[in-house]
Design a protein around this ligand. Structure first.
Ligand SMILES: [Cu+2]
Length: 332
């Protein structure tokens, strides 16, 4: 217990309540990197939310870096039997998950989360998987498929490969992740991603984005030190997502957080329709949804107002540790 390392909860408890997300990121980065106690605890004592957007936010990377993870490939019309091919490789890679903080990830194609896979119901999904990493891995898809395509028993050793091939169904927001043991480790290291299956009758036109919620235990104590959507803490606070008021925003949301059982999405100033899993037309009208590990759903927002609106986990601790961002809603 009385380790010199600070757990995330000790870091939070030791910080002044007025500290908002910005200094928290700096605080947690220090012990994560050095193993020592946090430095400069009251460096920015009264930064409010208004100060937390844009260039002052210490998020890793540049504008547009996450576009491939944010914007899914376009939906294709229903054409049963069409083959949709994807190539995924497991690659060990150090990635920057928060400003100045690297994480020794296991990735699909070099990113955490992995690439967005999309098919229309009744397409034949074909995923050619190569294990270029240093541990055994698989791909386990959520959805309906034969037992030998489930990515549980057919373990792919380093240097090996396996092709998953099955009809994509049912429509909805599915997901994929490694299912090698120990499962918690293989998921937490970063082997997961979004898997969208479009319905035979297309959803109505919308601006579409993907948000995959996750966390990182950067000091190996079994608790997450950072949280994010699409892999980088505070990224969408530094680079708000621009949308148009006249356009429905459809969010494919999934929770791949390990260690914490629940994650959540809360939107400021607006309500939205939430389709749990997205495999039926039933929805709830709300501004906050929670997802268990592996749960996912589809959010549709019809904006009443233009302006800057925050979105974040409603676990305040997750917000302070990176899981927050903004939509810039433009009038047109
Ligand atoms: Cu694995």
């Amino acid at each position: 217990m009385a380790d010199r390392r600070f757990t995330r909860r000790q870091v939070i408890a030791g910080a002044a309540p007025a500290l908002a997300a910005l200094p928290m990121a700096g605080l947690v980065a220090a012990p994560a990197l050095s193993g020592g106690p946090p430095a400069a605890s009251a460096a920015h004592p009264s930064l409010g939310h208004a100060a937390m957007a844009g260039d002052v936010v210490p998020a890793p990377g540049g504008p547009g870096d996450l576009d491939d993870l944010l914007t899914p490939p376009p939906a294709l019309p229903h054409r049963p039997g069409r083959v949709r091919r994807y190539t995924l490789a497991a690659i060990d890679r150090d990635i920057e998950v928060a400003a100045g903080v690297t994480f020794p990830a296991w990735t699909y194609n070099g990113t955490v989360p992995g690439p967005v896979i999309r098919a229309t119901e009744d397409d034949i999904l074909e995923v050619e998987f190569t294990n270029a990493g240093s541990h055994p891995h698989t791909i386990h898809f959520h959805g309906i498929h034969p037992a030998n395509m489930d990515g549980v028993f057919e373990i792919v050793e380093p240097g090996g490969s396996f092709t998953y091939r099955f009809p994509a169904r049912p429509y909805g927001m599915q997901l994929y992740h490694c299912h090698a043991a120990p499962l918690k480790k293989h998921i937490h290291k970063g082997l997961y991603g979004a898997f969208i299956i479009d319905p035979p009758t297309p959803r109505r036109p919308a601006r579409e984005i993907v948000l995959v919620m996750n966390g990182y235990d950067t000091d190996g104590d079994g608790e997450n030190n950072f949280y994010s959507v699409n892999g980088r803490a505070f990224y969408y606070a530094k680079y708000p997502i621009r949308v148009r008021r006249s356009e429905t925003l459809r969010i494919y949301l999934a929770n791949l957080t390990e260690f914490d059982l629940i994650n959540s999405f809360h939107l400021h100033g607006e309500f939205f329709r939430y389709y749990r899993t997205g495999s039926t037309d039933q929805f709830e009208y709300t501004d906050t949804v929670m997802q268990c590990q592996g749960e996912r759903g589809i959010i549709e927002i019809d904006w009443h107002n233009a302006g800057r609106f925050m979105f974040h986990a409603h676990q305040s601790e997750f917000t302070d540790l990176g899981w927050m961002g903004f939509f810039d809603v433009a009038d047109d």
